[in-house]
Design a protein around this ligand. Structure first.
Ligand code: FAD
Ligand code: UDP
Length: 388
């Protein structure tokens, strides 16, 4: 390319946009952001559905939540947030239960009226087989957290559908994210702040990229050498922040990192509200999808701009990702973690390239974690490169 920018960012998701925004604002850098997709925002991108007035999250439902003050202050520069509080319900054996597992779930499940102490004692007894151990796999961790009956009702089959991997081969961290509560609090997240961007995800991210020193080019693939902003033309010549898949960067030379992807099936209903809530999980194996999202219900404050007679639902079918599918969830078995460590060592040796984000570091990060790691990567890695 004739005019080299000061920094090239591959990927217009939250990691890439955060670094680009910081580089422009703090170093006055001219930043080129490329993305192979035809829109910014990465997996957090959303669009308005004209028929229903729902904001559809194209790559799966995204709920913002954080307890990190630096991240909360940062994101509030670009958007305000609604008062949305995330709650999830689950259908099991013909009944609807509140999630995450709480005293309401437990009492409904056992047709009981246990107090918090009684419920705790019961679960401890039912988890007794694993008392005093520190389980590293999801199966044992799940049984230890809630006892076998609740584990088998709400975790086992859902996890089976979500991961199609034996839960005893999955890391325990996957469900450490899910709280278990011995009271009736059914807030899904335990973070200090949560909400949805008031005028949508895309408006938020457009404001992150609004600095005139940031240029965004869409439909540009970093690995396509027929266009000027490609790997061979840039690496070693200009600082690069790469947020695509780390194995793809190295042409899969050590093997493919395993991911799961989700297929979405859209269903429209002739009614204003189909579930009465935004997210319905299906705990049993007889329903082939894991959960269904009714997007209108994420934004009840927009009721006057939504269609009262129609609604749109997306069912989520989880499966292993092949090359070319959207990689969503790192599978993260022992073998994957070893392979990633080998790629990480190669990445560290790339001249002037910083790998970041969910794909670039093969990590199950939420948005707030991606923004936090991007702010740190800017300070520690990108700013020094720009200063040289
Ligand atoms: P991405 O958003 O994936 O952006 C990477 C970008 O790089 C993409 O736009 C891609 O097109 C581009 N790219 C890749 N290869 C190339 C190439 N060769 N050339 C050019 N561009 C390229 N987080 C939450 O906080 N709350 C949630 O509720 C939540 N729900 C989620 C649900 C699902 C189904 C998924 C998959 C994720 C969810 N997340 C959630 C996580 C959230 O999506 C991520 O943390 C965040 O969006 C990741 O940002 P990123 O910049 O690392 O990656
Ligand atoms: N999970 C489950 N039953 C549920 C919801 C979640 O077993 O009804 C388990 C499952 O293994 C899942 C993990 O908890 O992968 C994390 O769930 P979360 O809803 O946080 O996942 P995400 O929104 O990232 O898909």
């Amino acid at each position: 390319p004739e005019h080299m920018p000061d920094l090239v960012v591959v990927g217009a998701g939250l990691f890439g946009l955060t670094v680009a925004q910081q580089a422009a604002e703090r170093a006055g850098a001219h930043v080129l952001v490329i993305d192979v997709r035809d829109h910014i925002g990465g997996n957090a991108y959303s669009y308005m559905d004209e028929e229903t007035g729902a904001e559809i999250h194209r790559y799966g439902a995204h709920l913002f939540h954080t307890s990190n003050r630096r991240v909360w202050d940062y994101v509030n520069r670009f958007t305000s947030f609604t008062g949305y509080v995330h709650r999830v319900y689950a259908t099991h054996d013909g009944e609807v239960y509140p999630l995450p597992i709480n005293l309401g779930t437990i009492n409904q499940f056992f047709h009981a009226h246990y107090t918090p102490a009684e419920a705790k004692a019961l679960v401890e007894e039912q988890a007794g087989e694993l008392a005093g151990t520190d389980p590293q796999n999801l199966n044992d961790k799940g049984v230890q957290l809630i006892g076998r009956p609740l584990y088998e009702a709400f975790i086992k089959n859902y996890t089976g559908k979500q991961w199609q991997t034996d839960p005893s081969q999955l890391p325990a961290d996957i469900i450490k994210r899910l709280p278990v509560r011995f009271n009736y609090d059914n807030r899904y997240f335990k973070d200090t702040w949560e909400g949805l961007p008031t005028d949508g995800y895309t408006a938020w991210m457009e404001r992150m990229a609004a600095d005139p020193r940031i240029e965004v080019r869409l439909g540009v693939d970093f690995f396509d050498s027929s266009q000027p902003w490609n790997k061979a033309a840039l690496v070693g010549k200009v600082p690069v922040v790469y947020t695509g898949p780390v194995d793809r960067y190295f042409d899969y030379e050590l093997g493919d990192l395993k991911w799961r992807t989700v297929d979405f099936k859209e269903v429209r209903y002739d009614e204003g509200d189909h579930f009465g809530c935004p997210v319905m999980n299906y705990s049993d194996a007889d329903v082939p999808y894991t959960r269904a999202i009714e997007f209108k219900n994420f934004n009840p404050e927009r009721a006057d701009r939504q269609n009262p007679d129609r609604t749109v639902v997306w069912q989520e079918y989880s499966r292993f990702a092949e090359r070319g599918d959207e990689p969503y969830y790192p599978v993260n078995t022992e073998a994957d973690r070893k392979l990633y460590a080998a790629y990480e060592a190669k990445a560290a040796a790339e001249p002037q390239v910083v790998f970041g984000g969910r794909l670039g570091t093969y990590k199950y990060y939420d948005m707030h974690q991606v923004i936090d790691t991007a702010l740190t990567a800017y300070d520690e890695r990108v700013a020094p490169m720009l200063a040289r």
